[in-house]
Design a protein around this ligand. Structure first.
Ligand SMILES: *Cc1c(COP(=O)(O)O)cnc(C)c1O
Length: 376
């Protein structure tokens, strides 16, 4: 039997487990004091900006779109190489996603492709920091300001990433994060939105819980059709402890990625032709370590590589197939050939295991397994 190495695994310490037990015994387990505390800690982390938490990163994105006034008839420019939540929420508010291709080096939205995609209906840009590598914020906001567009940053993957010395979230317009267990910090499920002012934060609270506005001792009004997106205190307790360790987690991820580059450097990679991620140790939180296989017909295909690696006990993942080729999106008119770089990545990108409790010898094992799996 081979030792199984998962793709990812959250680091949950005993202190967190004890804290969860305390909340469970407290008599108040849904949204309450722990949610308030989590929001306050997040606000500190993001330089004092207003923050509200939700029961998922998807909810956070959808509420961000509503805060920006995006609705039927509006267009939102985004990337086709992301988790499908990014564009699903645009559909959910009745707007139209407008995809543009990716930059094949960063694998993020191609900023040069944005201007030509802007129409009188464009309301916002929704960039994604894939794998934690930040989209160029200087160029992004130059574009947004000059075309009078809102920016909803899908920073689901980039908690702790940095742009020009500033944490992602401490700068920018609306910035959304996810605390899914696969992300760099988790609240089991959950997400948060960093906003510009208290007016936005108050509106976000209404969208989060049935539109309810309380006043006085016993009065209530409803002005907007809110949903049910609140986070529990149990989840918030997990999130608080995870946030306290995020710098440590991200530092460990960086160390492991250095080892990935070292191990891959030892190998005769040109024979197999795989594209490595941008070697960045300043900006990225290294949410994922992803290689892109060549896609050559005479080389091992991604499915074969994944199967062979699984036989050695190593889990790998696909993040992500290009969204515009899903049936739902094809029905709206997109087709093969629309975004060649995103399609190549979507068919050939492979996520390797990366999580703080991995060891450097795990990394060597993954690389050896990958190189073997790539052999014809
Ligand atoms: C994880 C993720 C989301 C959604 O977050 P959930 O918490 O799973 O709802 C959205 N966009 C991107 C890019 C993600 O990675």
């Amino acid at each position: 039997m081979v030792d199984h190495l998962p793709l990812t695994r959250p680091t949950i310490d005993e202190e967190t487990i004890a804290e969860v037990a305390k909340v469970l015994r407290s008599g108040w387990i849904t949204s309450g004091p722990k949610v308030k505390e989590f929001e306050a800690r997040l606000s500190d982390y993001f330089g004092g900006r207003p923050v509200r938490v939700f029961n998922s990163g998807t909810a956070s994105l959808e509420i961000a779109l509503r805060l920006a006034g995006v609705g039927p008839g509006d267009e939102v420019i985004t990337t086709p190489l992301t988790w499908v939540a990014t564009s699903n929420v645009i559909l959910a508010v009745g707007a139209k996603p407008v995809f543009v291709d990716i930059d094949p080096v960063t694998r993020n939205i191609d900023l040069d492709a944005i201007s030509p995609a802007i129409t009188p209906s464009t309301k916002a840009i929704m960039p994604v920091d894939l794998a934690g590598l930040p989209v160029n914020r200087d160029r992004l906001y130059e574009l947004a300001v000059s075309h009078n567009l809102r920016v909803i940053e899908d920073a689901a993957q980039s908690l702790g990433s940095v742009w020009n010395g500033s944490r992602i979230g401490s700068i920018g317009d609306l910035v959304s994060f996810s605390f899914h267990p696969n992300k760099n910090a988790t609240s089991i499920e959950g997400g948060c939105l960093v906003m510009n002012d208290e007016t936005e934060a108050k509106l976000a609270e209404q969208y989060r819980l049935q539109g309810v506005l309380r006043s006085g001792v016993d009065e209530m009004d409803v002005k907007v059709p809110g949903g049910k997106f609140n986070l529990t205190d149990v989840a918030a307790a997990v999130g608080i402890n995870q946030l306290a360790r995020i710098d440590e987690f991200n530092m460990r991820r960086r160390e492991l990625v250095r080892e990935y580059f070292r191990q891959l450097d030892r190998q005769e990679i040109p024979d197999f032709k795989i594209a490595l991620p941008v070697m960045d140790f300043e900006r990225s939180n290294w949410h994922m370590f992803q290689v892109i296989l060549s896609g050559d017909p005479d080389a091992a295909g991604r499915g074969d590589v994944m199967k062979r690696m699984a036989e050695t006990g190593i889990s790998t993942g696909v993040h992500y197939p290009a969204i515009h080729l899903f049936s739902l999106y094809r029905r709206a008119g997109w087709r093969e050939g629309d975004f060649p770089h995103a399609e190549h990545a979507g068919r050939n990108i492979l996520t390797l295991p990366l999580f703080p409790s991995m060891t450097t010898s795990d990394v060597k094992r993954v690389v050896d397994s990958l190189i073997n799996a790539l052999k014809p």
